[in-house]
Design a protein around this ligand. Structure first.
Ligand code: GLU
Length: 550
């Protein structure tokens, strides 16, 4: 068979050579040990936590080693594409502050190793496919859907492995005449790679996460170029990661089963294999059993969920790092205020089995992360969230930014910052009582053991003596002084020893005021609240509450 003639017949438009390609994509000029990584999502419109999980690994590996992290769009599966799929990918990664050094952007390609969208790389793949055909290493296959179905059924009946291999690889050794006859007829075809592998052979491989493993060679003649002239994932990934000089391919472990194909292709093309890191599936506990996170059952798999429910981007990243590296939490305890960029991320600390996603843990992380932010950041982030998801709240917040920031500043800073909320969507509930528009007091939260008449009396009296100029200490001293008037005590020890002897404690007294002023029992430091609300509003609320206890 004249393979060169066949190659020219199949790809008359391709005149370039692999050597020319190699020259177009030269070695990168990077410091020793620099890693080149990429995230290569398909624009299906659905961005999930797994995408971000992998992207974090890529980002850390590259930027920790002064390397390159780039975005490649894998859109060769035309059936799965959705409109704006690429835009979604770019915008979502931007929201998570993942900074790509290169790749597809909303304004077009950025970098010298493009195009970064696979559908724009047709001639590049075809150059290599043509080369393989010219060497007898790949061939056209004219099998119809029906023939493939028939092969599958025979294999099923014979209890054999499925696929296109051995005697089932029916176009592998066809004569020149048969091939040209089909071509003359204009029959559609795909190009398959001629596998020299055997399932009797194992190959050794070391994964960056899973360690050493032995895997069975590939004996299938897989499709490398589809009838539409675009490559399959297997081939595209090999060509792109080679030409773009990816050093580390981080991807989901669902690709492990086809890894033998990829290694085989790298070897056949004479390319240096990249290192692979196959990340474990994200799992969750469901009724005590571990299972994969599912698109259908678990809203938290979709990245949109995090935006909509106001989960801080910083908390998602923090939580993913906890899932990714077993020593991250320990490091965080020792370095509470450091940037996660200072943490020495390593694939060696990643679990080879499933990472367990736990929403309660994420909620804790959210509270911790938010508690360490300054009021300005909390304000900006809450406002940004509200502008998109709760515009009324956004206008309330931005009516008097200084007031909003002062509210959000209560209990912030210091060793034990308050942890009232972890999501931007929770801020409204937390600070509602600061705004008359949202104030909706619940007096049933008054201390239950105080009688109504006493509560009313306290409120009326206090409205008569309150003035906002006092310091926090003076203010509290004032409360203590009031205690005897109501047979209450500021001596907590005495109160605990003999509660029956008193109507209540100074704690109860301040609770009465808190529920009157804040409309609920759970609220930040009452003195600070009163200062912010201002004297007239505090008096107004005390009087209003007193009426409820007349
Ligand atoms: N396009 C593939 C996917 O979305 C990427 C796999 C890879 O990173 O190589 O799963």
């Amino acid at each position: 068979m004249d393979f060169q003639k066949l190659a020219d017949r199949l790809f008359p438009q391709i005149t370039g050579t692999p050597e020319e390609m190699e020259a177009r994509y030269p070695e990168r000029n990077l410091p020793e040990g620099a890693k080149v990584t990429r995230i290569a999502p398909s624009p299906t419109g659905f961005m999930h936590l797994g995408n971000l999980y992998g992207a974090m690994v890529d980002e850390r590996l590259a930027h920790q080693s002064q390397g390159i992290f780039y975005l490649r769009i894998e859109d060769t599966d035309r059936k799965r594409l959705v409109e704006n799929g690429v835009e979604t990918i770019i915008k979502v990664f931007k929201k998570f502050n993942l900074n790509f050094d290169e790749g597809a952007t909303l304004e077009g390609d950025n970098g010298n190793y493009g195009p970064y969208t696979q559908s724009e790389r047709g001639p590049i793949y075809q150059t290599y496919v043509k080369y393989l055909v010219s060497r007898g290493m790949a061939y056209p296959c004219f099998c119809t859907e029906d023939e493939l179905k028939e092969i599958h059924e025979t294999q099923e009946a014979n209890k054999e492995n499925f696929g296109y291999y051995g005697k089932y690889a029916i176009w592998r050794d066809r004569s020149e005449e048969e091939i040209y006859e089909k071509l003359d007829q204009g029959a559609p075809y795909v190009i398959r790679f001629r596998s020299e592998g055997s399932i009797e052979h194992k190959l050794r491989f070391e994964d960056q996460i899973k360690g050493k493993m032995e895997i069975t060679e590939n004996d299938q003649d897989v499709v490398i170029l589809k009838s539409d002239g675009l490559p399959t994932y297997h081939f595209a990934h090999v060509i792109d990661d080679h030409l773009m000089h990816t050093t580390h391919v981080v991807r989901g472990e669902e690709w492990l089963s086809t890894l033998p194909i990829h290694l085989q292709l790298f070897d056949a093309l004479g390319f240096k294999r990249p290192k692979y890191a196959h990340t474990a599936q994200l799992m969750k506990l469901d009724d005590g059993k571990k299972r994969k996170l599912s698109k259908r059952k678990d809203p938290e798999l979709a990245l949109d969920y995090y935006f909509e429910s106001g989960i801080p981007v910083a908390a998602v990243i923090e939580y993913l790092l906890i899932l990714l590296n077993s020593n991250f939490e320990e490091w965080r305890r020792a370095n509470p205020d450091a940037s996660y960029n200072d943490f020495a991320f390593s694939t060696k600390k990643m679990s080879g089995s499933g990472a367990l996603f736990d929403i309660d843990k994420l909620n804790d992380v959210c509270k911790n992360v938010v508690s360490r932010m300054d009021a300005e950041t909390v304000y900006e982030e809450t406002l940004r969230w509200a502008q998109e998801y709760d515009p009324d709240f956004a206008s309330l917040l931005s009516k008097d930014p200084a007031y909003s920031k002062a509210i959000l500043g209560i209990g912030r800073g210091g060793k034990k910052p308050r942890k009232d909320f972890g999501r931007w969507s929770e801020v409204k509930g937390y600070l509602s009582f600061f705004f008359d528009e949202l104030f909706n007091p619940d007096f049933s939260e008054m201390p239950a053991h105080l009688d109504k008449e006493l509560i009313g009396r306290i409120l009326r009296d206090y409205a008569g003596v309150y003035h906002s100029a006092a310091t926090s200490d003076e203010w509290f001293a004032g409360l203590k002084e009031l205690c005897p008037k109501y047979n209450m005590t500021a001596d907590m020890k005495a109160y605990r020893q003999n509660p029956e002897a008193f109507a209540g404690s100074v704690g109860d007294l301040s609770m009465v005021l808190r529920v009157a002023v804040c409309g609920r029992s759970q609220a930040p430091d009452l003195y600070s609240v009163m200062q912010l609300l201002g004297e007239s509003k505090v008096l107004e609320r005390l009087e209003k509450a007193a009426k409820a206890f007349d």
